[in-house]
Structure formats: structure tokens, C-alpha cells
Design a protein around this ligand. Structure first.
Ligand code: PLP
Length: 500
């Protein structure tokens, strides 16, 4: 047994310093310095090198949001009758949002901690509404395959079966398929405006007709487009109908912390009327701690995030959002045109807004290898699967890097074409395997294992791009048997892959 009384070695001492609560509190200066240092390997979003996760408008805007956040840093929106300041901000953000989405005075909603909470709440709301009004005991919801994973999570958390509708050729949800998938247990239908993977807006008008005809709620997930599409329409871009002007639409989620350019931790979910929202509210009257009522998923709700969201809307204003939207769309258009001009690449579908994906149409260019090489040049790009593609969420800051990005992309495509072995190395091999292995259970098992290691006692930092897909049978840096088999499968598949 380990001798616990023995003096700790140097390594152990180091570890203790990092993971034990210090006996004596440390100086603010030292802590803040250390905190800054932690970020040295984080993505360089201030130089527009990232294509997801951060919506940065520069230091001036950030400092302003920080100030607004700080005023309400300790305020708690748990009980909306206590911090009336927060209730006021929440009501105003919701009202502004409902107006932007052409809702009338009957539209009611709440602020949440982010897109996922907004989506989860809609699932719970429609499940409970159907349970009470239609006595549905085995709820189902029809989701386009491109619905954000928050909806899959909602399905699991709230016991609603997710039924997936495929896409049509334009990469929008196939309306005929949606019609076929609806049955007596369907509690809601979903459309996205736009969806995350390709940036396409689902045919909300057609979905609305189905929803009305069948008397089933239709939620529009506008977490991405909620603060972009209204301004795109004002600017004269051809935005298809997607909001409360479509009769069948019963609710909308929209994130202020994305294209609303507020601080992280703020989104909205609104419903066509309070009669629907009331199924979201939670009340427990028998708790010894008092009568508990809560409008959303969280208990404590962070006041700072609400204040920053309110402040962002007030400071940017309609003209500001129009300007930002114009820059975003023009930048996305330039990027898409530049990518389409590279003979080996193509943009997926015809997305009109800020989000798009592109893939390789040449057998000689592995798109994941392109991603790897772009990363070596300092770009941080998300990978998609089904089909394999790279992703971009454009923000105004990207206006300054269009030329450089396209130059790097052209150079990278040439390089990957000349070095086919790159597709069997590093992240390209890893993502290629993940996207192609027909045994999805194996992928799931390995990702869960990776997470268990990250959140287990050793709190390992894992780089998925250098981790063996299955370390059960060997593991480490060398590919194990399952990985080798999968790579062989992939090589054969690539050889026979049809290309246009
Ligand atoms: C369409 C859509 N819905 C929901 C979400 C989830 O939002 P969040 O990451 O804020 O939880 C996202 C995130 O990108 C999204 O694109």
C-alpha cells in the first residue's frame, strides 16, 4: 500500500499545487497572470482565425459588454419577482425579439442560457402540451436530419422519440418525407432557419401548412438566424418566410449570444401565445424550502448575461445590425465564390446567410487533409460528416481575411493533391474513419471513453486528432486492430468512390 506519510516527490508537489485548494489564498495579481497564461493555446479568435464558437466584434464592444455584465454580475433571475431589473431586461429582450420576428403582442417568451436550453425547453413544452391536450403518452417529434444536436439531446432527456426526415436535393428538409413521418403521436415538427451543417433554411412555409393542417406545433430553430435574417430581409436579400408571419409557426428560438453579439449565456425562446408558454413553466408547491416556480430550465439564472444581451441590442441597434449583416453576407458570398472557383472544391447547397460548408469533388483531394493543412497555417476549421466537408460560420471580422483564407486554401488543395498520403495521417485519418465507419456504435463507444478519460480522476487533456479510435486492443499512438481494419475499409471505399 502507498505510504501516505512519506514526503511528496517533486512531481507530486507540482500536481498538488495545481489541484488542491490552496491553504492560504493567493494574490489576485498572481492568479490573474496565471489565468491569462492558461489561454496561450486557445484559438486565436481575435485574428479571425476561427470559424465557430466565438462571435467577436472587437475590444471596444467586448469591454462594453463586460461593463454591462458586471453591473448585474451577482444578480440572479431565479425568482423573477425579486430582481425586477432582470425581469425588465428579459421582457424587453423578448419583446424586441418577438417584434423582429413579426410576432404580435400575444407572443410570449423567456431568456435562457443558450440555444441548447431554448431547444430543450421547446421539446419539454410540446411534450407536456400534447400529454394534456391530446393525451399522447408516447410522444414523437419530426426532425430534419440537419436539426441541431440540441434536439437529439432534448429527445433523450425528455423521452420524446426523434423521427428523422431526410433532405431533398437542395439540402432542405424533404416535405413529402415529413408528411409521411407524422402520426398520432407527433407532438411537434421542427424546421431550422438556418440549420448548422450547411446553412440552409428549411421550407418553413410548407412546414407551416402541414403543421396547421394536422394541428401540430411547428418550432423554428433560428438560434443562428434569429438576429441575422430579419436584417438580411430589411437589406433586400431574398429571405424565404420563416418567422411568425407563417401561420403554422408556434415558437422560435434565437440566440443573442450568436449573431446578436452579446456575451455568452443568453438566448431566447418565444411562443405564439402564453397558452403554449405555460407548459414550459414549472411550479412545485410542497417543498419545505418554499413554493418554487421557475420559467426555464435553470434554477439560478445569471443576471450578467441578460444585462449584456439587453445592452448589445441597445448599443448595436437596427442600423448596426443591418451593417453587420451586410458585411457578413458579403463576406460569405466572397468566400463561397472563391471556394467555387477552386476546381476541386464545391459549396454544399445554396446557403444565403452566414453559414456554409464545402467539400472536395476530386478523388485526389481529401477534404479532411485540406482541413489539417489549413490548421497548420493557423486556421481553426470544423469538420462535417455525411458528406465529409469543412465548415464556416462567418462573422464581420472575417471581412479582413477573405484573400488570405482563399490563398491558403488554394495552396493547400494543391499540396494535398500532390501528397495523397496526407489523407491517412493525423486528423484527416481520424475524421475519415469516424465519418466512414459503418459501425456507429464503435464510434460512440470510443468517444464516450475519451470523455470518461477527460472527466475521470486524471482529468486528461485529449487531442482527438492524435488519439487512436479504439484503444481497447492495444491503444496508444499505434493504430489498434479495429482502427487498422477501418483504415483498410476506407482505402477500398475511396478507390471505388464515384466522383463527378
Ligand atoms: C441551429 C442551432 N440550434 C441550436 C444550437 C445550440 O446553441 P448553443 O451552442 O448556444 O447551445 C446551435 C449552435 O450552434 C445551432 O446552430
Amino acid at each position: 500500500m502507498k505510504d501516505r506519510s512519506a514526503a511528496p516527490g517533486k512531481d507530486e508537489k507540482m500536481k498538488k499545487a495545481e489541484t488542491c485548494l490552496p491553504k492560504k489564498g493567493r494574490s489576485h495579481k498572481e492568479i490573474l497572470n496565471e489565468l491569462r497564461g492558461f489561454g496561450k493555446n486557445d484559438p486565436d479568435y481575435k485574428k479571425s482565425r476561427t470559424w465557430s464558437l466565438v462571435y467577436y466584434l472587437g475590444e471596444g464592444h467586448t469591454r462594453f459588454l463586460q461593463q454591462a455584465y458586471n453591473y448585474y454580475f451577482s444578480a440572479n433571475g431565479l425568482n423573477p419577482t425579486v430582481f425586477q431589473s432582470l425581469k425588465r431586461m428579459e421582457s424587453e429582450v423578448v419583446r424586441i425579439t418577438a417584434n423582429l420576428h413579426h410576432g404580435d403582442r400575444q407572443v410570449a417568451g423567456v431568456m435562457t442560457s443558450g440555444g441548447t436550453e431554448s431547444c430543450l425547453l421547446a421539446v419539454k413544452t410540446y411534450r407536456d402540451m400534447a400529454r394534456e391536450q391530446k393525451k399522447i403518452k408516447k410522444p414523437e417529434m419530426v426532425l430534419p436530419t440537419t436539426a441541431h444536436v440540441a434536439w437529439e439531446k432534448g429527445a433523450k432527456y425528455f423521452g420524446v422519440k426523434a423521427v428523422h426526415a431526410p433532405l431533398d436535393k437542395s439540402l432542405r428538409v424533404d416535405i413529402k418525407a415529413v408528411k409521411k413521418l407524422i402520426n398520432k403521436n407527433t407532438v411537434m415538427i421542427l424546421g431550422s432557419a438556418p440549420e448548422y451543417p450547411h446553412g440552409m433554411i428549411d421550407p418553413i412555409e410548407e412546414l407551416g401548412e402541414i403543421a396547421k393542417d394536422k394541428n401540430i406545433p411547428l418550432h423554428v430553430d433560428a438560434c443562428l438566424g434569429g438576429y441575422l435574417l430579419p436584417f438580411a430581409e430589411m437589406l433586400g436579400y431574398p429571405v424565404p418566410a420563416w418567422d411568425y408571419r407563417v401561420e403554422g409557426v408556434t415558437s422560435i428560438s434565437a440566440d443573442t449570444h450568436k449573431y446578436g453579439f452579446s456575451a455568452k449565456g443568453a438566448s431566447t425562446v418565444t411562443y405564439r401565445s402564453i397558452e403554449i408558454l405555460k407548459y414550459q413553466l414549472y411550479v412545485y408547491e410542497n417543498w419545505p424550502g418554499g413554493i418554487f416556480a421557475s420559467p426555464a430550465l435553470l434554477g439560478t439564472r445569471p443576471g450578467g448575461a441578460y444585462a449584456a444581451a439587453w445592452a448589445a441590442l441597445q448599443s448595436i441597434g437596427e442600423n448596426g445590425y443591418r451593417k453587420l449583416t451586410k458585411t457578413i453576407i458579403e463576406t460569405a458570398e466572397k468566400l463561397k465564390a472563391g471556394i467555387e472557383a477552386i476546381p476541386e472544391l464545391e459549396v454544399l447547397g445554396k446557403p444565403m446567410g452566414s453559414v456554409f460548408a464545402y467539400r472536395s469533388k476530386s478523388r485526389e483531394v481529401n477534404i479532411y487533409a485540406v482541413g489539417d493543412q489549413m490548421e497548420k497555417l493557423g486556421w481553426q476549421i470544423d469538420r462535417l460528416q455525411f458528406p465529409e466537408a469543412l465548415h464556416a460560420m462567418v462573422t464581420p471580422l472575417h471581412a479582413g481575411i477573405v484573400k488570405q483564407y482563399l490563398k491558403d486554401l488554394r495552396q493547400t488543395v494543391r499540396m494535398v493533391k500532390g501528397k495523397p498520403e496526407l489523407s491517412e495521417k493525423g486528423a484527416a485519418a481520424m475524421y475519415g474513419l469516424i465519418a466512414n465507419i459503418p459501425l456507429r456504435g464503435m464510434v460512440r463507444k470510443n468517444v464516450l471513453k475519451m470523455f470518461a478519460e477527460m472527466y475521470g480522476p486524471d482529468a486528461k487533456m485529449i487531442d482527438p486528432t492524435t488519439t487512436s479510435l479504439s484503444s481497447d486492443e492495444g491503444g496508444g499512438d499505434k493504430p489498434d486492430f479495429a482502427t487498422r481494419m477501418a483504415m483498410a475499409y476506407l482505402r477500398v471505399k475511396n478507390r471505388f468512390r464515384k466522383q463527378d
